[in-house]
Design a binder for this molecule. Sequence first.
Ligand code: APR
Length: 249
Amino acid sequence: MEEIISKLKKLVSTSDKIVAFTGAGFSAESGISTFRGAGGLWSKYDPSIYADINYFIKDPSYYWSFIRDERYPTLKKAKPNDGHYALVELERYGKLYRVITQNIDGFHQIAGSSDVIELHGNSRNVNCMNCEKNYNMDDVFKKLEKDIPPRCSCGGVLKPATVLFGEPLPQYALEMAKLASKNCDMFLVLGSSLVVYPAASLPRIAKKNGAKLVIINIDPTPLDHIADIVINDSASKVLTAVINGGLNE
Ligand code: APR
């Protein structure tokens, strides 16, 4: 392990434009469940019912009950972990080009990362599907006890500002993410199974354009074979070990 950490530290030290690409595994140590892998949410909840836009349109009560009973109570208790703070530290070193995240917990911003591209939205915000009025999830959450699905003052159904299966990604965020992936010199995957597209196409874009690809994930991913370094361990632990003791600038 020490050897691979030192190899990664050298690579980080010689890189100037690192993209950190985070997935659910990066927030796992904050106490938020992943979707796949051990104890993943999709083994308990069927995503075609609980996280699909067509099902949501048919019956939004499933997704909202998932938010009320599972997702939001967990999020309210959780905080950014050492990995989020290690990325802030990497930014202080002038090494971090962008954070691209599939996570909807907002932890990168709370920890202090300044340039975060959210590919799948942010679960702290809620929008009306009819008039597009915005609400804060804290306020909407209070109504969920007796009001599922919650509704806007215009009568429209509210939906968390997150991307469900079958929905397009926010176009601007996706374009920014593609551009960052093209221009980076190192693409660092942190806690993602790399099976959900188009997000999982970004490591390929980076590699094709000459970046080093590093994957830190507990389980193997379908892109391990094109990576320069693969570490099957805790992303936050590895990242902290890399930053500890400083970097050669
Ligand atoms: N450190 C590193 N990796 C971890 C850790 C950890 N502490 N804990 C779990 N993992 C790994 C698991 O091995 C798993 O492969 O994180 C990965 C998480 O994979 P997913 O749950 O599939 O998360 P993600 O890749 O972000 O999912 C993409 O799918 O349904 C959705 O919209 C949701 O944004 C999400 C998308």
